[in-house]
Design a protein around this ligand. Structure first.
Ligand code: IPE
Ligand code: IPE
Ligand code: MG
Length: 229
């Protein structure tokens, strides 16, 4: 029973380090992203096997959209491949796929495949896999604040949370960042207010299921106080 409780309901992952993983192997950055996607597919299955209900993966930030166009094109191709192949797989596993972020910089066909994948997997009961693409925490907060201003009324914290792109997804309990950097890089700024943070030195393509289990173990040993005694 105690063990059950120690599993975070929502784990968010900043999947960083693809480029450095590739560089170390004298490969192009796109090869790192490809390896990262392969790892992401396997890891997202493992996460739900561990009893996590919500998993949000940071795949592309708003700021990443200013990277060179050839890198972006490689990423868009990977998204195309991912959503084409995996939506059906997720449906069979009853995992609901959601995308948060501004997709306007993505090619039209990729946006359509993403929407189709969300529709196909809608209502999956095993868990929710949210991919953050073209996502920025500040942009998310700002858009919600502006919507509240336009509506001309003050909102409560609960109402504000519901207005964010993560809408009805509960706040993350555990936030993992791979790739050695010790920062949030504009991820879930509002939502992660009380998330437990876990940083891994592993580059994302080498962040194994066992490494994820280490993060779960660390989480289970944390005492969450929320400012109370
Ligand atoms: C994370 O890997 C994936 C994206 C941001 C698209 P990076 O591409 O940031 O990899 P590093 O940090 O350069 O190694
Ligand atoms: C954060 O990684 C975004 C994603 C992993 C999608 P970055 O590589 O963009 O972060 P910085 O530039 O090191 O802060
Ligand atoms: Mg990076």
């Amino acid at each position: 029973m105690g063990e059950e409780k120690a599993v975070p309901r929502h784990v968010a992952v900043i999947m960083d380090g693809n480029g450095r993983w590739a560089k170390k192997r004298l490969l192009p950055r796109s090869a790192g992203h490809k390896a990262g996607m392969k790892r992401m597919i396997a890891l997202s299955e493992h996460v739900f096997d561990r009893g996590v209900r919500y998993c949000t993966l940071f795949a592309l930030s708003c700021e990443n959209l200013s990277r060179p166009q050839d890198e972006l094109n490689a990423l868009f191709s990977l998204f195309r491949e991912y959503f084409t192949k995996n939506a059906q797989v997720l449906k069979e596993k009853s995992v609901e796929l959601r995308v948060v972020g501004d997709l306007s910089a993505l090619p039209e066909d990729v946006r359509e495949i993403i929407r189709a994948g969300e529709k196909l997997t809608e209502g999956g009961t095993r868990g929710t896999l949210a991919l953050a693409i073209g996502y920025g925490g500040r942009q998310d907060i700002l858009a919600a604040a502006n919507r509240a201003v336009r509506a001309g009324k003050e909102v409560s914290a609960e109402e504000f949370s519901a207005m964010l792109q993560t809408g009805n997804i509960p706040e993350p309990d555990l936030l993992i960042r791979t790739g050695k950097e010790l920062r949030i890089s504009n991820f879930l700024l509002w939502q992660a207010a009380y998330a437990e943070l876990y940083f891994s030195e592993k580059m994302f393509p080498e962040f194994s299921d066992a490494d994820f289990d280490d993060a779960l173990k660390a989480y289970a040993s944390r005492e969450r106080r929320y400012g109370k005694l």
